[in-house]
Design a protein around this ligand. Sequence first.
Ligand code: ADP
Length: 191
Amino acid sequence: MFNLILFGPPGSGKGTQSEKLMAKYGLKHLSTGDLLRSEINRQTPLGNEAQNFMDKGQLVPDEVVIGMISSAVDDNPGIKGFLFDGFPRTKEQAKALDKLLKLKKAPITAMLALEVSEEELIKRLLKRGETSGRSDDDNESVIRARINEYRSKTAVVADYYKQFDKVVMVKGEGTIDEIFARLCKEIDKRA
Ligand code: ADP
C-alpha cells in the first residue's frame, strides 16, 4: 500500500489537490472534514456532537475523528492506498493512525506539507465562503480561530513525522497545476 498525508493549514489547498492526486494515483481520499460534514448533513449523533466544535473553528475531539477514520479504513479493504486529508491533526491522532496502519502492514509513505502565507489563507477562505455554503468559511473570526487551532495543535504533527524523516515541504502558492506538479514530483521520487 501507498499511504500519503496531505498536510497544511485551512485554506492551503488540500481539498483541491486531493481530487487531482486521487485521480492520478488511484488512492482513496479520506477527508475528516468531508466525513464530518456528511455526518452533520445526516444528523447523526456523531454529527451533532461535531457541529458545536466546527461552528466555533475548534478541533473535534480526538476519539470522535479517530473512530471515524478507523471505520473508513476498515470499510476499504484491498485498495492501493489512502490519501489522508485533514487528518491527523493532533499528535494523538497521528499515533492512532500509525497503530491502525501497522495492523494493515502499510505505513505512511510521506507527509506532503503545503506552505501558504496567512494573508493568502484568509483571502482564499473568505473567497471560498462566498460560494461553498460552509458557515465556517464566511466569518473572519472563525477563520482566525481555525488558523490558531492549526498553529497551537496541528503544526506539531509535522514534528512527529519529521522524526521518521517523512515530511516533505511543498510551496502551496502559485497556480493549481504548478502546485500539483510539485506534489507529483515528490511523490514519484518515493513511489
Ligand atoms: P479546513 O482545513 O479548510 O478548515 P476541513 O474540512 O478539513 O477544513 O475541517 C473543517 C473542520 O472540521 C475543522 O475546523 C475541525 O473543526 C473539524 N475537523 C476536521 N478534521 C478534523 C480532525 N482530524 N480532528 C479534529 N477536528 C477536525
